[in-house]
Design a protein around this ligand. Structure first.
Ligand SMILES: [Zn+2]
Length: 52
């Protein structure tokens, strides 16, 4: 009963966008984290591979 996720609960990155802070960015991709302490997600987004 108590383990059911609340449909009313707001989820960062789902109900609203992450508060993105870019830590590192280069040709290989972007490392960023969410500034909201209750979220704390860290993400590495690889840059699209462009063949030359
Ligand atoms: Zn977040």
């Amino acid at each position: 009963m108590s383990d059911e996720p609340s449909a009313d609960e707001e989820v960062c990155g789902d109900s609203y966008d992450h508060d993105v802070v870019v830590d590192h960015e280069d040709a290989d991709g972007i490392q960023w984290h969410c500034a909201r302490s209750e979220c704390g997600v860290e993400v590495w987004d690889p840059a699209p591979i462009t063949e030359q």
